[in-house]
Design a protein around this ligand. Sequence first.
Ligand code: CS2
Ligand code: MG
Length: 402
Amino acid sequence: MRITEARVVVTCPGRNFVTLKIVTDEGVTGVGDATLNGRELAVAAYLREHVVPALIGRDPARIEDTWQYLYKGAYWRRGPVTMTAIAAVDTALWDIKGKVAGLPVYQLLGGRSRDGVTVYGHANAETADGVLTEVARYLDLGYRAVRVQTGVPGLTGTYGVSAGAAPYEPADAAVPSETTWSTRRYLAHVPSVFRRVREEFGPHVMLLHDVHHRLTPIEAARLGAALEPYDLTWMEDPVPAELQEGFRLIRQHTTTPIAVGEILTSVWDCHGLITEQLIDYIRATVVHAGGITHLRRIFDLAALHHVRSGSHGATDLSPVCMAAALHLDISIPNFGLQEYMSHTAETDAVFPHGYHFADGYLHPAEQPGLGVDIDEDLAARYPYRPASLPVARLEDGTLHSW
Ligand code: CS2
Ligand code: MG
Protein backbone atom coordinates (compact mmCIF):
# COMPACT_ATOMS: atom_id res chain seq x y z
CA MET A 1 0.00 0.00 0.00
CA ARG A 2 1.26 3.50 -0.83
CA ILE A 3 0.18 7.02 0.09
CA THR A 4 -1.09 8.75 -3.06
CA GLU A 5 -2.48 12.01 -1.67
CA ALA A 6 -2.72 14.02 1.54
CA ARG A 7 -5.25 16.87 1.74
CA VAL A 8 -5.12 19.67 4.30
CA VAL A 9 -8.66 20.86 5.08
CA VAL A 10 -9.21 24.16 6.90
CA THR A 11 -12.77 24.74 8.09
CA CYS A 12 -14.64 26.91 10.60
CA PRO A 13 -17.92 25.27 11.68
CA GLY A 14 -18.19 27.62 14.67
CA ARG A 15 -14.41 27.67 15.26
CA ASN A 16 -11.36 26.88 13.14
CA PHE A 17 -10.06 23.36 12.61
CA VAL A 18 -7.25 22.00 10.43
CA THR A 19 -7.47 18.36 9.38
CA LEU A 20 -5.13 16.14 7.38
CA LYS A 21 -6.69 13.41 5.25
CA ILE A 22 -4.30 10.79 3.89
CA VAL A 23 -5.39 8.76 0.88
CA THR A 24 -3.83 5.46 -0.28
CA ASP A 25 -3.71 3.63 -3.60
CA GLU A 26 -6.00 0.94 -2.14
CA GLY A 27 -8.68 3.48 -1.26
CA VAL A 28 -8.15 3.29 2.52
CA THR A 29 -8.03 6.77 4.07
CA GLY A 30 -7.07 8.18 7.46
CA VAL A 31 -7.62 11.49 9.28
CA GLY A 32 -5.52 13.46 11.75
CA ASP A 33 -6.25 16.67 13.67
CA ALA A 34 -3.76 19.50 12.97
CA THR A 35 -5.47 22.36 14.81
CA LEU A 36 -3.25 24.83 16.71
CA ASN A 37 -5.57 27.43 18.19
CA GLY A 38 -4.80 30.93 16.88
CA ARG A 39 -1.93 29.68 14.67
CA GLU A 40 -3.90 27.34 12.40
CA LEU A 41 -2.49 28.47 9.06
CA ALA A 42 1.12 28.01 10.19
CA VAL A 43 0.45 24.27 10.61
CA ALA A 44 -1.56 24.11 7.38
CA ALA A 45 1.40 25.63 5.46
CA TYR A 46 3.94 23.39 7.26
CA LEU A 47 1.94 20.37 6.16
CA ARG A 48 1.18 21.49 2.61
CA GLU A 49 4.60 22.89 1.79
CA HIS A 50 6.98 20.64 3.73
CA VAL A 51 5.33 17.39 4.80
CA VAL A 52 2.80 16.30 2.18
CA PRO A 53 5.35 16.14 -0.69
CA ALA A 54 7.50 13.80 1.43
CA LEU A 55 4.56 11.51 2.21
CA ILE A 56 3.61 10.68 -1.36
CA GLY A 57 4.71 7.15 -2.25
CA ARG A 58 5.48 6.13 1.37
CA ASP A 59 4.14 2.94 2.93
CA PRO A 60 1.39 4.03 5.39
CA ALA A 61 2.04 0.95 7.55
CA ARG A 62 5.39 2.36 8.68
CA ILE A 63 4.07 4.57 11.48
CA GLU A 64 7.12 4.66 13.74
CA ASP A 65 9.53 5.12 10.84
CA THR A 66 7.44 7.97 9.42
CA TRP A 67 7.35 9.63 12.85
CA GLN A 68 11.15 9.45 13.16
CA TYR A 69 11.57 10.62 9.56
CA LEU A 70 9.45 13.73 10.12
CA TYR A 71 10.93 14.50 13.55
CA LYS A 72 14.59 13.87 12.87
CA GLY A 73 14.46 14.76 9.20
CA ALA A 74 13.28 18.32 9.87
CA TYR A 75 16.50 19.04 11.79
CA TRP A 76 14.46 21.69 13.74
CA ARG A 77 12.94 19.66 16.53
CA ARG A 78 9.92 20.06 18.80
CA GLY A 79 7.73 23.15 19.07
CA PRO A 80 3.95 23.34 18.65
CA VAL A 81 3.85 23.86 14.86
CA THR A 82 6.17 20.96 14.05
CA MET A 83 4.70 18.61 16.65
CA THR A 84 1.11 19.36 15.57
CA ALA A 85 2.00 18.66 11.94
CA ILE A 86 3.70 15.38 12.88
CA ALA A 87 0.71 14.51 15.08
CA ALA A 88 -1.68 14.90 12.16
CA VAL A 89 0.31 12.45 10.01
CA ASP A 90 0.76 9.99 12.87
CA THR A 91 -2.93 10.02 13.81
CA ALA A 92 -4.00 9.48 10.21
CA LEU A 93 -1.60 6.54 9.86
CA TRP A 94 -3.00 4.88 13.01
CA ASP A 95 -6.49 5.36 11.53
CA ILE A 96 -5.37 3.62 8.34
CA LYS A 97 -3.68 0.80 10.28
CA GLY A 98 -6.86 0.17 12.24
CA LYS A 99 -8.95 0.06 9.08
CA VAL A 100 -6.50 -2.32 7.40
CA ALA A 101 -6.50 -4.57 10.48
CA GLY A 102 -10.28 -4.35 10.80
CA LEU A 103 -9.89 -3.27 14.45
CA PRO A 104 -10.56 -0.15 16.50
CA VAL A 105 -7.22 1.52 17.23
CA TYR A 106 -7.39 0.78 20.97
CA GLN A 107 -7.13 -2.93 20.15
CA LEU A 108 -3.81 -2.25 18.41
CA LEU A 109 -2.63 -0.42 21.55
CA GLY A 110 -3.16 -3.45 23.77
CA GLY A 111 -6.92 -3.48 24.21
CA ARG A 112 -9.09 -2.10 27.00
CA SER A 113 -7.69 -1.39 30.44
CA ARG A 114 -11.06 -0.03 31.62
CA ASP A 115 -14.74 0.00 30.69
CA GLY A 116 -15.11 3.71 29.99
CA VAL A 117 -13.09 6.95 29.90
CA THR A 118 -13.97 9.21 32.86
CA VAL A 119 -14.37 12.77 31.64
CA TYR A 120 -14.71 16.12 33.33
CA GLY A 121 -17.00 18.92 32.23
CA HIS A 122 -16.67 22.69 32.63
CA ALA A 123 -18.82 24.57 35.14
CA ASN A 124 -18.16 28.21 34.23
CA ALA A 125 -20.03 31.23 35.55
CA GLU A 126 -19.31 34.83 36.37
CA THR A 127 -20.48 34.41 39.98
CA ALA A 128 -20.22 31.73 42.68
CA ASP A 129 -24.03 31.39 42.69
CA GLY A 130 -23.96 30.84 38.94
CA VAL A 131 -21.27 28.19 39.18
CA LEU A 132 -23.27 26.20 41.76
CA THR A 133 -26.09 25.99 39.20
CA GLU A 134 -23.63 24.86 36.55
CA VAL A 135 -22.07 22.16 38.76
CA ALA A 136 -25.58 20.86 39.51
CA ARG A 137 -26.32 20.76 35.79
CA TYR A 138 -23.22 18.65 35.07
CA LEU A 139 -24.00 16.26 37.91
CA ASP A 140 -27.52 15.84 36.53
CA LEU A 141 -25.97 14.95 33.17
CA GLY A 142 -24.03 12.16 34.90
CA TYR A 143 -20.57 13.72 35.17
CA ARG A 144 -18.36 12.46 38.00
CA ALA A 145 -15.78 15.23 37.64
CA VAL A 146 -16.32 18.96 37.13
CA ARG A 147 -13.91 21.83 36.54
CA VAL A 148 -14.99 24.98 38.37
CA GLN A 149 -14.12 28.48 37.09
CA THR A 150 -15.69 31.81 38.03
CA GLY A 151 -15.12 35.47 37.32
CA VAL A 152 -13.00 37.39 39.81
CA PRO A 153 -14.80 40.24 41.61
CA GLY A 154 -13.36 43.57 40.48
CA LEU A 155 -12.09 42.26 37.12
CA THR A 156 -14.08 42.44 33.90
CA GLY A 157 -13.87 39.21 31.94
CA THR A 158 -11.86 36.22 33.15
CA TYR A 159 -10.13 33.76 30.83
CA GLY A 160 -11.95 30.45 30.66
CA VAL A 161 -15.30 31.87 31.76
CA SER A 162 -17.83 32.28 28.95
CA ALA A 163 -19.73 35.54 28.60
CA GLY A 164 -23.44 34.91 29.31
CA ALA A 165 -24.80 31.76 27.73
CA ALA A 166 -22.23 31.81 24.89
CA PRO A 167 -20.39 28.53 24.24
CA TYR A 168 -16.85 28.27 25.65
CA GLU A 169 -14.51 29.94 23.17
CA PRO A 170 -11.44 31.80 24.38
CA ALA A 171 -10.23 32.69 20.85
CA ASP A 172 -12.55 35.66 20.55
CA ALA A 173 -11.07 38.20 18.08
CA ALA A 174 -8.90 38.33 14.96
CA VAL A 175 -6.34 40.47 16.81
CA PRO A 176 -5.90 39.41 20.46
CA SER A 177 -8.34 41.07 22.84
CA GLU A 178 -6.94 42.27 26.16
CA THR A 179 -8.16 41.38 29.65
CA THR A 180 -7.04 42.57 33.07
CA TRP A 181 -5.57 40.32 35.72
CA SER A 182 -4.99 40.72 39.46
CA THR A 183 -3.41 37.86 41.38
CA ARG A 184 -4.35 39.50 44.69
CA ARG A 185 -8.06 39.60 43.79
CA TYR A 186 -7.93 36.07 42.38
CA LEU A 187 -6.26 34.48 45.40
CA ALA A 188 -8.68 36.25 47.73
CA HIS A 189 -11.66 34.79 45.84
CA VAL A 190 -11.05 31.23 44.62
CA PRO A 191 -10.97 29.31 47.95
CA SER A 192 -14.38 30.73 48.93
CA VAL A 193 -15.87 29.40 45.68
CA PHE A 194 -14.62 25.87 46.37
CA ARG A 195 -15.83 26.06 49.97
CA ARG A 196 -19.34 26.71 48.68
CA VAL A 197 -19.14 23.98 46.01
CA ARG A 198 -17.98 21.37 48.55
CA GLU A 199 -20.63 22.43 51.07
CA GLU A 200 -23.34 22.14 48.44
CA PHE A 201 -22.29 18.92 46.69
CA GLY A 202 -20.47 16.89 49.34
CA PRO A 203 -17.19 14.97 49.27
CA HIS A 204 -17.64 12.58 46.35
CA VAL A 205 -17.64 14.66 43.17
CA MET A 206 -14.18 15.22 41.69
CA LEU A 207 -13.47 18.96 41.48
CA LEU A 208 -10.80 20.59 39.33
CA HIS A 209 -9.55 24.11 38.76
CA ASP A 210 -7.45 25.67 35.98
CA VAL A 211 -5.09 28.50 36.95
CA HIS A 212 -4.12 29.08 33.30
CA HIS A 213 -0.41 29.63 34.06
CA ARG A 214 -1.01 32.89 35.92
CA LEU A 215 0.88 32.52 39.22
CA THR A 216 4.45 32.42 40.44
CA PRO A 217 5.54 29.24 42.25
CA ILE A 218 5.15 30.75 45.72
CA GLU A 219 1.69 32.12 44.86
CA ALA A 220 0.70 28.73 43.47
CA ALA A 221 1.97 27.04 46.61
CA ARG A 222 -0.25 29.33 48.67
CA LEU A 223 -3.30 28.64 46.50
CA GLY A 224 -2.70 24.90 46.65
CA ALA A 225 -2.49 25.05 50.46
CA ALA A 226 -5.63 27.20 50.67
CA LEU A 227 -7.55 24.68 48.51
CA GLU A 228 -6.50 21.59 50.50
CA PRO A 229 -9.67 21.53 52.66
CA TYR A 230 -11.77 21.24 49.47
CA ASP A 231 -9.90 18.17 48.20
CA LEU A 232 -9.35 19.08 44.55
CA THR A 233 -8.55 16.32 42.07
CA TRP A 234 -6.14 18.76 40.49
CA MET A 235 -4.93 22.33 40.26
CA GLU A 236 -4.04 22.85 36.60
CA ASP A 237 -1.23 24.93 35.08
CA PRO A 238 -0.47 26.81 38.31
CA VAL A 239 2.62 28.46 36.76
CA PRO A 240 4.03 28.74 33.25
CA ALA A 241 5.64 25.37 32.55
CA GLU A 242 8.79 26.42 30.71
CA LEU A 243 10.79 26.24 33.95
CA GLN A 244 10.24 22.70 35.14
CA GLU A 245 12.24 23.35 38.33
CA GLY A 246 9.62 25.90 39.40
CA PHE A 247 7.32 23.04 40.36
CA ARG A 248 9.67 21.85 43.10
CA LEU A 249 8.74 24.82 45.20
CA ILE A 250 4.99 24.25 44.79
CA ARG A 251 5.43 20.61 45.70
CA GLN A 252 7.22 21.44 48.95
CA HIS A 253 4.22 23.38 50.21
CA THR A 254 1.02 21.63 49.21
CA THR A 255 -0.60 18.24 48.74
CA THR A 256 -3.13 19.60 46.24
CA PRO A 257 -2.44 17.46 43.13
CA ILE A 258 -0.98 19.26 40.11
CA ALA A 259 -1.83 18.84 36.42
CA VAL A 260 0.26 20.33 33.62
CA GLY A 261 0.86 19.83 29.95
CA GLU A 262 -1.68 21.24 27.50
CA ILE A 263 0.97 23.44 25.89
CA LEU A 264 3.79 20.89 26.13
CA THR A 265 4.67 19.28 22.83
CA SER A 266 7.21 16.55 23.56
CA VAL A 267 8.59 14.25 26.23
CA TRP A 268 11.52 16.64 26.46
CA ASP A 269 9.20 19.34 27.80
CA CYS A 270 7.96 17.23 30.71
CA HIS A 271 10.54 14.55 31.55
CA GLY A 272 11.77 16.49 34.60
CA LEU A 273 8.23 17.09 35.83
CA ILE A 274 7.54 13.38 35.48
CA THR A 275 10.76 11.77 36.66
CA GLU A 276 10.99 14.04 39.72
CA GLN A 277 7.31 13.38 40.45
CA LEU A 278 6.60 17.11 40.55
CA ILE A 279 3.16 16.63 38.99
CA ASP A 280 0.31 14.14 39.34
CA TYR A 281 -1.32 14.40 35.90
CA ILE A 282 0.26 15.01 32.50
CA ARG A 283 -2.17 16.84 30.18
CA ALA A 284 -0.34 16.61 26.85
CA THR A 285 -2.54 15.73 23.87
CA VAL A 286 -2.50 13.68 20.71
CA VAL A 287 -2.75 16.77 18.48
CA HIS A 288 -0.05 18.95 20.06
CA ALA A 289 2.41 16.31 21.30
CA GLY A 290 3.29 14.36 18.18
CA GLY A 291 0.29 12.07 17.80
CA ILE A 292 -0.58 8.70 19.31
CA THR A 293 2.98 7.42 18.89
CA HIS A 294 4.67 10.15 20.89
CA LEU A 295 1.93 10.71 23.46
CA ARG A 296 2.01 7.02 24.31
CA ARG A 297 5.76 7.40 24.94
CA ILE A 298 5.05 10.28 27.34
CA PHE A 299 2.34 8.28 29.12
CA ASP A 300 4.64 5.27 29.44
CA LEU A 301 7.31 7.42 31.09
CA ALA A 302 4.61 8.86 33.35
CA ALA A 303 3.43 5.36 34.32
CA LEU A 304 6.90 4.55 35.67
CA HIS A 305 6.70 7.57 37.97
CA HIS A 306 3.15 7.37 39.36
CA VAL A 307 1.92 10.16 37.08
CA ARG A 308 -1.45 9.70 35.39
CA SER A 309 -2.83 11.08 32.14
CA GLY A 310 -5.29 13.96 32.05
CA SER A 311 -5.42 14.99 28.41
CA HIS A 312 -6.55 18.41 27.27
CA GLY A 313 -9.86 18.26 25.43
CA ALA A 314 -11.16 21.82 25.00
CA THR A 315 -13.29 22.78 21.99
CA ASP A 316 -10.25 23.74 19.89
CA LEU A 317 -9.24 20.07 19.75
CA SER A 318 -11.38 18.61 16.97
CA PRO A 319 -13.47 15.43 17.18
CA VAL A 320 -10.61 13.75 15.30
CA CYS A 321 -8.27 14.47 18.23
CA MET A 322 -10.94 13.40 20.73
CA ALA A 323 -11.48 10.10 18.92
CA ALA A 324 -7.72 9.42 18.94
CA ALA A 325 -7.40 10.45 22.61
CA LEU A 326 -10.11 7.98 23.62
CA HIS A 327 -8.30 5.03 22.06
CA LEU A 328 -5.22 5.89 24.14
CA ASP A 329 -7.24 6.69 27.26
CA ILE A 330 -9.06 3.37 27.24
CA SER A 331 -5.89 1.33 26.72
CA ILE A 332 -3.10 2.82 28.87
CA PRO A 333 -2.59 1.54 32.43
CA ASN A 334 -2.15 5.01 33.99
CA PHE A 335 -5.18 6.86 32.69
CA GLY A 336 -6.45 9.58 35.03
CA LEU A 337 -9.11 11.82 33.48
CA GLN A 338 -10.02 13.18 30.05
CA GLU A 339 -11.25 16.75 29.54
CA TYR A 340 -14.44 16.91 27.47
CA MET A 341 -16.43 19.84 26.16
CA SER A 342 -19.02 19.04 23.55
CA HIS A 343 -18.59 20.68 20.15
CA THR A 344 -21.19 22.71 18.26
CA ALA A 345 -23.77 20.82 16.17
CA GLU A 346 -22.05 22.22 13.04
CA THR A 347 -18.71 20.76 14.14
CA ASP A 348 -20.26 17.39 14.95
CA ALA A 349 -21.79 17.34 11.45
CA VAL A 350 -18.48 18.16 9.74
CA PHE A 351 -16.72 15.42 11.75
CA PRO A 352 -19.07 12.41 11.95
CA HIS A 353 -17.84 10.23 14.81
CA GLY A 354 -18.71 7.07 16.66
CA TYR A 355 -17.61 7.91 20.22
CA HIS A 356 -20.35 8.69 22.70
CA PHE A 357 -20.97 9.95 26.24
CA ALA A 358 -22.91 7.90 28.77
CA ASP A 359 -23.10 8.09 32.55
CA GLY A 360 -20.00 10.25 33.02
CA TYR A 361 -17.85 8.24 30.61
CA LEU A 362 -16.84 8.62 26.98
CA HIS A 363 -16.65 5.43 24.95
CA PRO A 364 -14.46 5.10 21.85
CA ALA A 365 -16.04 3.94 18.62
CA GLU A 366 -15.96 0.21 17.92
CA GLN A 367 -15.51 0.51 14.17
CA PRO A 368 -12.11 -0.16 12.54
CA GLY A 369 -9.64 2.72 12.82
CA LEU A 370 -10.38 5.81 14.90
CA GLY A 371 -14.09 5.90 14.10
CA VAL A 372 -14.15 9.51 12.91
CA ASP A 373 -14.06 11.22 9.51
CA ILE A 374 -14.37 14.63 7.90
CA ASP A 375 -17.18 15.54 5.51
CA GLU A 376 -15.13 17.65 3.10
CA ASP A 377 -18.12 19.03 1.17
CA LEU A 378 -19.70 20.27 4.37
CA ALA A 379 -16.33 21.57 5.63
CA ALA A 380 -15.99 23.68 2.48
CA ARG A 381 -19.12 25.62 3.45
CA TYR A 382 -17.37 27.08 6.53
CA PRO A 383 -14.43 29.26 5.45
CA TYR A 384 -11.57 30.07 7.85
CA ARG A 385 -12.08 33.05 10.18
CA PRO A 386 -9.00 34.53 11.90
CA ALA A 387 -9.32 34.17 15.69
CA SER A 388 -6.70 34.68 18.40
CA LEU A 389 -6.44 33.90 22.08
CA PRO A 390 -6.54 36.98 24.36
CA VAL A 391 -3.63 38.48 26.29
CA ALA A 392 -3.80 39.55 29.94
CA ARG A 393 -2.37 42.71 31.48
CA LEU A 394 -1.96 43.61 35.12
CA GLU A 395 -3.98 46.56 36.40
CA ASP A 396 -1.01 48.89 35.74
CA GLY A 397 -0.81 47.76 32.10
CA THR A 398 2.10 45.30 32.38
CA LEU A 399 1.71 42.31 30.07
CA HIS A 400 1.19 39.33 32.34
CA SER A 401 3.65 36.43 32.36
CA TRP A 402 1.52 33.75 30.79
C1 CS2 B 1 -8.00 25.42 28.81
C2 CS2 B 1 -8.24 25.72 27.35
O1 CS2 B 1 -9.32 23.53 28.54
C3 CS2 B 1 -8.39 24.02 29.16
O2 CS2 B 1 -7.81 23.46 30.06
O3 CS2 B 1 -6.77 25.75 29.31
O4 CS2 B 1 -9.27 26.63 27.29
C4 CS2 B 1 -7.10 26.35 26.59
O5 CS2 B 1 -6.79 27.58 27.14
C5 CS2 B 1 -7.44 26.44 25.13
O6 CS2 B 1 -7.71 25.14 24.68
C6 CS2 B 1 -6.33 27.10 24.36
O7 CS2 B 1 -6.42 26.82 23.02
MG1 MG C 1 -6.12 24.36 30.80
